[in-house]
Write a protein that binds this ligand. Structure first.
Ligand code: NDP
Length: 253
C-alpha cells in the first residue's frame, strides 16, 4: 500500500488487512512488534530505517557507547530507526516538535538522523564535529528568485512542448499557472529550442523548486564526518530495501 492515504481512509485498518508475511513496508503491527522486541524471527524492517542503518554500517559507524539523536518520531521513519539504533546499543534520543533546545540535543549526537520534513532546518552549528549525519528529509521549497519562473508557449490545447532540459531539470520545475497571450517574453525566457512551434496563444508558467533535505548541507558538511546528500542519499536506499524485502517475501511465500 502506498502511504499516505487520503484523510478519509483509515490507513490503520488497511495496514491490518495486509498479510504480515507480505508486508514489505514493515508497517503491520506484528512486524512493528517484532522490531520493538528484536524478534529472532525474520520480518520486514521498514525500508527507510533499514536503508539508514545500511548506509551507517557501510561507512563504518559504530553504535555502542555512542549518542544517536533522531529528529522525528513518525511510525515510518523516526520511531523505527530509533529502535534499530537502540538494538545496536546506541544511546538514543528521539526528538520531535515539542523537544526543548533541539540544537543543543543535536550537538550531542555522534549519529544524527534527521526525519522532520522541514527544509534545511538542521544547521551546521547543530552538528558535532565528526558526526555521522543522515538526512532523510525530502522537501521541495520554491526558489525565491522571481526569475526562476519560466514560461513555455504552447498551442492552445497542445501538450507541453518543453525545452531541451535534462531529466534533473525537468524534475525541478512545476506548472503553477497560465498566462494569455504572453508569447514573446515567454520565448525569450525559456531558451526554447529552435523547433518549438510558437503560437500567440498562451504560456504555461513554471516555477523552479529544489529538492533539499532537513539538514542545511552547505553548513553541516563542514562539521560532519559523514553526511548524506539529498537527493541521492537515503532515497535510493529506501527503494533498494523495498526490493530486498519484496524478494525475501516472495522467496518465503
Ligand atoms: P512526519 O511528518 O510523519 O514526521 C515528522 C516528525 O518531525 C514528527 O515526529 C514531528 O514531531 C517532527 N517535527 C516536525 N517539526 C519539527 C520541529 N520543528 N522540530 C522538531 N521536530 C519536528 O514525517 P515522516 O517521518 O514521514 O518524514 C520525514 C521526512 O522524511 C519528510 O521530509 C519525508 O518526505 C521524508 N521521507 C523520506 C524518505 C526517503 O526515502 N528518503 C522516506 C520517508 C520520508 P511531532 O511528532 O511532535 O509532530
Amino acid at each position: 500500500m502506498q502511504l499516505p492515504l487520503p484523510a478519509h481512509i483509515q490507513s490503520e485498518a488497511i495496514i491490518n488487512a495486509i498479510n504480515p508475511a507480505k508486508d514489505v513496508d514493515g508497517f503491520h503491527p506484528q512486524n512493528v512488534g517484532r522490531l520493538a522486541i528484536q524478534s529472532a524471527e525474520h520480518y520486514s524492517v521498514p525500508c527507510t530505517p533499514a536503508g539508514v542503518m545500511h548506509l551507517l554500517d557501510e561507512y563504518g559507524a559504530t553504535y555502542a557507547g555512542k549518542n544517536a539523536v533522531v529528529v522525528g518520531r513518525s511510525k515510518i521513519v523516526g520511531l523505527p530507526v530509533s529502535l534499530l539504533l537502540l538494538a545496536r546499543n546506541a544511546t538514543v534520543t528521539i526528538c520531535h516538535s515539542k523537544t526543548a533546545d533541539l540544537a543543543g540535543v543535536c550537538r550531542q549526537a555522534d549519529i544524527l538522523v534527521a526525519a522532520v520534513g522541514r527544509a534545511k532546518m538542521i544547521k551546521g552549528d547543530w552538528v558535532k564535529p565528526g558526526a555521522y549525519v543522515v538526512d532523510v528529509g525530502i522537501n521541495e521549497p520554491w526558489l525565491e528568485n522571481p526569475h526562476d519562473e519560466e514560461y513555455t508557449c504552447v498551442k492552445s490545447g497542445e501538450n507541453f512542448v518543453g525545452h531541451h532540459a535534462d531529466q534533473s531539470e525537468k524534475r525541478s520545475r512545476r506548472l503553477v499557472g497560465y498566462v494569455q497571450g504572453a508569447t514573446n517574453i515567454a520565448y525569450a525566457k525559456n531558451h526554447a529550442p529552435a523547433d518549438l512551434d510558437l503560437q500567440p496563444d498562451y504560456a504555461k508558467i513554471f516555477r523552479k523548486y529544489e529538492i533539499v533535505g532537513d539538514v542545511d548541507f552547505a553548513s553541516a558538511e563542514k562539521q560532519a564526518g559523514y553526511i548524506t546528500p539529498v537527493p541521492g542519499g537515503v532515497g535510493p536506499m529506501t527503494i533498494a530495501k523495498l526490493l530486498e524485502n519484496t524478494l525475501f517475501a516472495a522467496k518465503a511465500s
